[in-house]
Design a binder for this molecule. Structure first.
Ligand code: NDP
Ligand SMILES: O=C1OC[C@@H](O)[C@H](O)[C@H]1O
Length: 454
């Protein structure tokens, strides 16, 4: 069966057509492009957007269907599940589709039921009042784990022990020992396991990595990467909130610093033929009153077989901002510096949409990405009271979801843009930074014991 979706009112390009109605999946839905109505720096400014109103031919024949179970119903669970809704063909992905077939909430089955409605799950999707019930559902192919960092080890292990494939939110675990244990279990059970660092699967990340591996930027000597979001934690979070609560492995390092490290690793490690872990790591931490880190800076040295080292500088903060005026005037958040040029990537590091490649001769290539998808209803909701931040068309979390579908279809057990081994190396770096700064989480969330009732 094929459904052709065309702009019902106009095929004109440009701002006037932004509210164009689209026919899709047999229903009329409004297309709106990611507009800010919140001062947060999560947003693209309208001027950065390229209106796009394609004619899309939807095919429902012979697709690989991935059936998702969602474990936890908080902010990012909702954003992710909503991103599974847009038809993948709107992003030129023609051979897979996603279905949310179940969700579990540790609060109540009613909460899971409401969640399933909010994210437009399939008819008959199952709502569970415990994670243990979800992992027993034979209809679920893969579970997306969206609990706080502190719970990832216990929750992922629950899924793996029950024979489920897993996509787990970042940071993967609280420490490397926990992650190594999960990787071992996944391998023994021949299950797929991936860290949900969605940034790796963005077209912009693929573009940047391609520039590096093609040699166009020459030898890469240094990457600066920052993800800092000024949140005035004392005004924004109570001390129990997951962002600042050590019992939930809160703090800038695991929550935001992972993205700065992602940029350092995907430019200085992942792109190497024979990647070597950093030969040295130096970290500095400024603590918040709860004991969680509010501000962390890291200097990593990557050995090079050709001699000399490459340096990665990764910084993160809840106290100061990478983009203080929300307009990008502070310049790029990420600078990848090579012998033949520099690649710049603009805030936010986790959801990059704008980049510049400045060649050695001074010429500049600029690229921008928009976030396509049909219909109102896919939106970003953060976990700390921001509420809906836009009525956009999807946030780009679907790209990591697509990777899960392709991996399961093709029998791969890891994500292709971040191996489990690379996730472990990054977790070891974070361990080392915490160790140097005497920052520990409570034993019950750092242990590899299982099961532990948190
Ligand atoms: N990729 C991205 O861009 C983002 C990723 N994240 C990541 O997602 C994860 C969750 O973050 P977020 O959704 O913002 O968090 P929320 O606090 O909004 O949601 C977490 C959910 O986990 C469940 N949960 C189980 N036990 C606890 C507990 N003891 N305390 C609090 N919640 C508990 C609850 O769901 P229930 O009651 O249904 O069981 C809760 O709603 C983190 O790992 C974070 O780093 C967060 C934001 C953005
Ligand atoms: O992953 C994340 O990215 C966006 C941030 O707002 C959020 O705190 C973090 O968890």
């Amino acid at each position: 069966m094929k459904i052709v979706a065309t702009p019902a009112l106009s095929s004109a390009r440009g701002p006037a057509s932004m509210a164009t109605l689209f026919k899709c999946r047999g229903v009329l839905t409004r297309s709106s492009i990611f507009f800010p109505h919140h001062k947060s720096s999560h947003f693209l400014s309208p001027g950065n957007l390229i209106p796009r109103f394609p004619t899309v031919t939807y095919s429902t024949m012979s697709k690989f269907q991935l059936k998702w179970g969602i474990l936890a119903t908080g902010g990012i669970a909702e954003s992710f599940a909503r991103d599974l809704w847009p038809n993948p063909e709107t992003r030129d992905v023609k051979d897979i589709e996603h279905k949310v077939v179940a969700a579990a909430s540790s609060s109540s089955a009613k909460r899971a039921e409401d969640f399933l409605k909010e994210v437009r799950a399939v008819d008959g999707a199952k709502a569970y009042g415990s994670y243990k019930e979800l992992v027993q559902d034979p209809n679920v192919d893969i579970i997306y784990v969206a609990t706080p960092h502190s719970h990832h080890y216990q929750n992922v292990r629950l899924c793996l022990e029950a024979g489920k494939n897993v996509l787990c939110e970042k940071a993967f675990t609280t420490n490397a020992a926990q992650l190594e244990t999960l990787v071992k279990i996944a391998k023994e059970k021949n299950l797929f396991l991936m860290e949900a660092v969605w940034t790796r699967y963005f077209p912009l990340s693929i573009y940047v990595r391609d520039i590096i591996t093609s040699g166009k930027i020459g030898t890469v000597y240094r990457t600066y990467a920052d993800l800092s979001m000024s949140m005035a934690p004392e005004d924004t979070f109570d001390d129990k909130h997951r962002m600042v609560n050590p019992d939930l492995a809160g703090g800038a390092l695991l929550d935001l610093g992972i993205y700065a490290l992602t940029w350092v690793f995907q430019t200085l490690y992942h792109t190497q033929k024979n990647p070597q872990p950093p030969s040295s790591v130096l970290g500095a931490i400024r603590k918040y009153k709860t004991g969680a880190d509010e501000h962390t800076s890291m200097l990593l040295t990557f050995p090079r077989e050709s001699g000399g080292d490459a340096h990665g500088i990764a910084t993160t903060s809840m106290r100061v901002a990478a983009d203080p005026d929300g307009k990008g005037t502070a310049g790029p958040s990420i600078r990848i510096q090579g012998s033949d040029g520099e690649i710049q990537v603009f805030h936010p590091a986790y959801r990059p949409s704008r980049t510049k490649f400045i060649h050695k001769d001074g010429t500049v290539d600029e690229k921008k990405w928009e976030f396509p998808g049909p219909g109102k209803g896919s939106g970003w909701k953060n976990g700390f009271g921001g509420g809906w931040q836009n009525e956009g068309e999807g946030q780009g979390m679907y790209w990591e979801a697509d990777e899960c579908a392709y991996a399961l279809r093709d029998g791969r057990k890891e994500g292709k843009y971040e191996s489990l081994e690379e996730s472990v190396v990054i977790m070891r770096v974070m361990d080392e930074v915490r160790k140097q700064n005497n920052m520990k989480y409570p034993e019950k969330i750092e242990t590899v014991d299982y099961p532990v009732d948190l």
